[in-house]
Ligand binder design. Structure first.
Ligand code: GLA
Length: 396
């Protein structure tokens, strides 16, 4: 598999740049298992990096020029190190992500050599699997490697830099979860990340008989960025109001009793989701930690985990209001199919992807079945695929 992709990258690079690449890199996408919309509220989240993502073939150049090309449009974009990079901020082109990173590194005083990069992605763009975090972290990693050894790169700091680019340059007020997952992923492990302190631990995924399936709604996500920022504003407002009467640092510290202080139904619902979602993460953590593969009640534990996933979805649908008809159909229909333990939307919502955890014995039936039912009910053709839990960004 890897050799096939490398050969493809070499062929593409030769065709585009008329030259051979020197190095190859991969940055994964991410799936959030649970802990949705709480990474900007000080909550704990449980994401992991996946085996789909963005590859890069790279050649360092003698001339002072940065060349960027990707399989999105196969065009070469050329920028000079000293160009005014702010001008790309409002473009609708994909290059604003790598350029945002280059500008941030420049502001940190980096001085790098010329470079030609060809990006190739097998991650659906804008579908809630963090394609933007993947290209940001990938670009940062490639540029850092020009001036640092691999083990000198502080991956957490790199994730923070990428999040700042997303917040300030791209204008999406996202939390740290996506960039952190892409930078810090670990094969066969979930990352339990405390988004307030940035402390994290890896929790081994111990279910050899379970598959994680991603279902991409393929629904265009038009308003997702503005709706996302709106949710953030609502949470900030709730926090401000509660802080007048309670000593809390972030919204996850609120409790149900405090909700009466919020004078709007909307703010109450948003806050309730935040409180309960954070609790679900803690509950799943406990279940995972208590797990022993030889346990006879493994099945029961899976049912319990699955129930938390369903509850999370309900809450995102009814309280946080970031789901949509298409995601609801996937979850509702998955519930009826045998071998499915749980399902929920993953990522920001408003379209994008759902995940389902499915017994391995049933997964071959589940994939075409959910695709068929989804198509009948929505007129959209979904992409449905199993994912593996992978390492974060690396040189290949
Ligand atoms: C997007 C953001 C993340 C996070 C999720 C929702 O993926 O980039 O920071 O807020 O939505 O959990």
């Amino acid at each position: 598999m890897m050799e096939t992709i490398k050969n493809l990258l070499i062929e593409k690079f030769k065709f585009i740049y008329n030259d051979l690449p020197q190095k190859f890199f991969f940055a994964p996408g991410r799936v959030n298992f649970i802990g949705e919309h709480i990474d900007y509220n000080g909550g704990k989240v449980l994401p992991f990096a996946i085996d789909r993502g963005i590859y890069a073939a790279v050649k360092f150049l003698e001339k002072d020029v940065i060349q960027l090309c990707s399989n999105i449009d196969e065009k070469i974009y050329e920028i000079k190190f000293d160009d005014d990079l702010d001008q790309y901020r409002n473009t609708h082109l994909w290059i604003k992500y790598p350029i945002g990173i280059i500008q941030a590194l420049k502001n940190q005083g980096f001085r790098f050599k010329g470079i030609a990069i060809y990006y190739w992605s097998n991650l659906p763009v804008g579908s809630g699997l963090s394609s933007s975090a993947a290209i940001e972290v990938l670009t940062a990693y490639v540029f850092y490697l020009q001036v640092k050894a691999k083990n000198q790169i502080d991956r957490v700091q790199m994730a923070i830099l990428c999040q700042q680019v997303e917040n300030q340059y791209i204008g999406v007020k996202c939390g740290i979860m996506d960039q952190f997952s892409v930078a810090m992923g670990k094969k066969n492990h979930f990352i339990l990340l405390d988004t307030h302190s940035l402390e994290y631990e890896y929790i081994k995924f111990l279910f050899p008989n379970v598959s994680i399936v991603v279902i991409n709604t393929n629904k265009p996500r038009k308003l997702s960025d503005s709706k996302y920022n709106e949710r953030r504003t609502e949470c900030n407002l709730s926090l401000e109001i509660l802080q007048k009467n309670y000593k809390i640092k972030s919204l996850v510290e609120a409790s149900e009793e405090m909700l009466n202080d919020l004078n709007s139904e909307t703010l109450k619902k948003r806050t309730l989701h935040v409180i309960q979602e954070n609790r679900r993460v803690q509950n799943i953590k406990q279940l995972l930690n208590s797990l022993d593969v030889s346990r006879k009640d493994l099945e029961e534990v899976l049912q319990q985990i699955g129930k938390f996933l369903y509850d999370s979805h309900e809450s995102l649908k009814n309280y946080y209001e970031v789901s949509c008809y298409e995601l609801d159909v996937i979850v509702e229909e998955s519930k009826k199919i045998s071998g499915v333990y749980g399902a929920r939307m993953t990522g920001a919502g408003f379209g994008g992807c759902a995940i389902a955890i499915v017994d391995k014995r049933n997964v071959e039936e589940y994939i075409p079945l959910i695709a068929k039912i989804y198509r009948e009910r929505t007129n959209l053709i979904p992409d449905v695929f199993e994912v593996q839990i992978e390492d974060g960004v690396n040189e290949l």
